[in-house]
Design a protein around this ligand. Sequence first.
Ligand code: ACO
Ligand SMILES: O=CC(=O)O
Ligand code: MG
Length: 530
Amino acid sequence: MSTQTRGIEVVGALKPQYDEILTPDALKFIEELERNFGERRVKLLQYRQKRQEELNNGKLPDFLPETKHIRNGDWTIAPLPKDLRDRRVEITGPTDRKMVINALNSGAKLFMADFEDATSPTWENIVEGQINLRDAINRTILFENPNGKKYVLNEETAVLIPRPRGLHLEEKHVLVDGKPISGSFFDFGMYFFHNVKNLLAKGTGPYFYVPKLESHLEARLWNDVFVYAQEELGVAQGTIKATVLIETIMAAFEMNEILYELKEHSAGLNCGRWDYIFSYLKKLRNHEDVILPDRSQVTMTVPFMRSYSLLTIQTCHRRKAPAIGGMAAQIPIKNNPQANEEAFAKVRADKEREARDGHDGTWVAHPGLVPVAMEVFDREMPQPNQIHSSKQQTITVTTKDLLEVPGGTITEEGVRLNINVGIQYVESWLSGRGAAPIYNLMEDAATAEISRSQLWQWIRHKKGVLNDGRKVTAEMYEQLKCEELGKIKQELGAQVYEKGRFTEAVELFDRMILNDDFVDFLTLPGYELL
Ligand SMILES: CC(=O)SCCNC(=O)CCNC(=O)[C@H](O)C(C)(C)COP(=O)(O)OP(=O)(O)OC[C@H]1O[C@@H](n2cnc3c(N)ncnc32)[C@H](O)[C@@H]1OP(=O)(O)O
Ligand SMILES: O=CC(=O)O
Ligand SMILES: [Mg+2]
């Protein structure tokens, strides 16, 4: 058969229950999504490249002149469904069976079930994630730990809001006419196809987070996908509600436009701080004056991060949309009450800043942090949200504010930590775990992107100089890497280390640091190894 007419094929392994997700009708739906929108997705990725080339040649991101009328216009998004009006605490996590139950039972208002930053997109994780979410919606999800502990859903659970993969990722186990399809369309399409009717019957709806957008034209693509999907399945237009992550520097200049494109389908914006830092580095990597200090110093209170968060609040509320905050990386620390309290205090301070600034809710990475964030938002935000508050409505955030290079220092410790944590994370991702606790912090694809981008930049940038005066170089990287690998081996034990995928992780990490060509996403070459 010619590759032109092969239709849709599943080339991934078919394990028990996979046929319940990969049904002929569901696959047909996915095939149509790919046929109708696949080419546009590829063109939009090429547009990203074009804009990157312009930035590489010295241009700076800015508000678009051609959409000024949208920024100045008087419009709002469509009213929100009842279960999206109070989003004070949202828990996030991968779609593992046990974690899905734990997250839904955590006491958070929403659960962002993640096929993106927190998931290593192995075929098993992707299809089983769909099985788990379907079973959660049907309330048939059960899990038993090896120790016999049984997991079932509570009577009251969080509202489910999955996050499909970003537009750059493909699903190589499903082909249309011999070519891998979009991971976004697979994740969105399968969830929507299998669950929309049940979600509506239960009084909730098909809600999504949309990650890593770089322009309002990408939001327009998603909107068209939603319109098409609703029409195909006979669901009223405007039923889907999507919260877009503002987690690229380009999107920060198009917040109004993104909300406008999705108007009928919008549930607001979220500050994806970790990818945002990565994007700032990536997009401006060739700019002589742009350099970031140690990762630990790039907090939400440095001027360019604070400007972005305040602009998100201002923009959302002007459009009557929720502005959700982001993820503090601290997680509970076992067996050390003092360190645990310090971690909780950092999360508390982060959530206080968000609530006081005007955010309508926030993210936590762990069930243990739900009460911490809940207490802050209950205290600072007695009403369901702050959409109607006047906070930030009179501020002016300029292009200069959004691009301001922060101060700070680059230290040997910072270089070591980026190497150590980056390699450990890549090994975890290659082993199928997309979120990992490393040195008491949550690490996921977005945080690892910062680590490797900083190393790439510090080696090449003339200001990539340590606070003791030494220039960061490829040779320094090699030497510190050997030492850090020794430490990792000692901490994990030789047996665990040898059984892991450290050799491949180091090769991949080296490639991203030592090659002059900047790798767009670590998950792209990584996916070739999954
Ligand atoms: C940049 C961004 O995109 S942020 C959003 C993406 N990132 C994430 O979503 C990360 C979410 N967090 C996690 O995956 C995890 O909390 C980790 C990997 C950071 C830490 O995991 P662990 O070390 O296993 O946590 P820990 O051992 O403390 O877990 C204790 C219990 O809480 C559960 N748990 C921990 N985190 C979560 C979570 N996010 N959702 C649901 N349950 C969770 C564990 O399953 C475990 O349950 P059990 O006691 O029934 O066995
Ligand atoms: O997706 C969230 C982020 O911070 O990145
Ligand atoms: Mg992200």
